[in-house]
Write a protein that binds this ligand. Structure first.
Ligand code: HEM
Length: 133
C-alpha cells in the first residue's frame, strides 16, 4: 500500500517533469501567438503539478509513516535547487501569460530559454536528491 501511494505520486511527478521540459522546448521552435499561449498554460500547470506532487511525497511520508524523511547535506541542497527552480518557473509561467503579446521576438525567446534552463536545473537536482536522500 505504501509503495503504491509513492508509485502514484512518482508517476504524476515524472509526467510533470516531462511537461516542464517539453513545453519551453516546443515553444522555442514554434511561432504564432495562439500556440505560445497554450504552451505558457501548459508550462504554468506543469510547474504547479511539480510543486503539488513534490509536496505529495512529503504528505505521503507523514501520512503513512508518521514522519518526514530527514533531508540534509547534498540532498537538502538538491531539494532547495528544485524548490527555487519551481518557484521561479511558476513566476515565469505567470509572467509569460500576462505578457500582452507573446509572439514578441527576442524577450519571449529569452523567457522560454530561461524556463528551459530552470527545468533542466530541476531535473539535474533530481539525481542527487534520489541518491543522497
Ligand atoms: C517543489 C518542487 C519539487 C519537490 C519538493 C520535489 C521533490 C521530489 C522528491 C521528494 C522526490 C523523490 C526522491 C526520492 O526519494 O527518490 C523527487 C523525485 C523526482 N523529481 Fe522532484 N521535486 C520537485 C520538483 C521537480 C521538478 C521541477 C522536476 C523536473 C523538472 C522534478 C523531477 C524529479 C524526478 C525526475 C524525480 C525522480 C528521480 C529518480 O528517482 O531518479 N522534480 N522529487
Amino acid at each position: 500500500m505504501v509503495e503504491l501511494v509513492y508509485t502514484l505520486v512518482q508517476a504524476v511527478h515524472n509526467l510533470g517533469a516531462v511537461a516542464v521540459v517539453a513545453s519551453p522546448a516546443v515553444a522555442l521552435g514554434s511561432r504564432g501567438e495562439g500556440g505560445q499561449r497554450r504552451l505558457a498554460w501548459v508550462l504554468l500547470a506543469a510547474w504547479g503539478l511539480q510543486a503539488a506532487s513534490g509536496a505529495g511525497f512529503a504528505a505521503a511520508s507523514y501520512g503513512l509513516k508518521g514522519a518526514l524523511p530527514e533531508v540534509e547535506g547534498v540532498a537538502l541542497a538538491a531539494l532547495v535547487v528544485k524548490m527555487a527552480a519551481t518557484a521561479s518557473g511558476v513566476t515565469l509561467g505567470a509572467a509569460l501569460l500576462r505578457a500582452r503579446r507573446l509572439a514578441g521576438g527576442r524577450p519571449r525567446a529569452v523567457a522560454w530559454g530561461l524556463a528551459l534552463g530552470l527545468a533542466v536545473a530541476a531535473l539535474l537536482a533530481a539525481a542527487p536528491l534520489r541518491w543522497y536522500l
